[in-house]
Design a protein around this ligand. Structure first.
Ligand SMILES: [Zn+2]
Length: 118
């Protein structure tokens, strides 16, 4: 994380990156569930993002390089683009696809959690 979202003034001192600060706003277990428990098939459907099954793996259009050379690893729940080498967890993916910030992505994703025990 290189970007400081909170600070627009060139000379101000920003001890934390914006995303770290926002991450502390949510508890770790909740964020872990968002990364690990959101089914990619459902996520891609909800985003209406182009995807397909290829050799039993889920492939999606890479929002970064627009290639289809990707797969979702069911063990880590990470989507990987083999063309540009980017790994996406569901949170990263929503941020990239919707061009939104971390908090917005999280509020979008929490509705996709399976059987959320509130
Ligand atoms: Zn890519």
């Amino acid at each position: 994380m290189m970007t400081c979202f909170n600070t627009r003034q060139a000379n101000s001192n920003c001890p934390n990156t914006g995303s770290d600060e926002m991450a502390h706003y949510f508890d770790d277990e909740f964020l872990r569930r968002l990364r690990n428990d959101i089914p990619w098939a459902l996520l891609l459907q909800r985003l209406r993002w182009p995807h397909k099954q290829r050799h039993g793996q889920l492939a999606f259009l890479c929002p970064r390089c627009q290639e289809y050379l990707s797969a979702v690893n069911p063990r880590t729940n990470l989507g990987r683009c083999f063309h540009c080498g980017t790994n996406f967890n569901p949170i990263d993916f929503v941020i990239q696809v919707q061009d939104c910030d971390f908090v917005t992505a999280v509020s979008h994703l929490k509705r996709l959690l399976p059987h959320a025990n509130h």
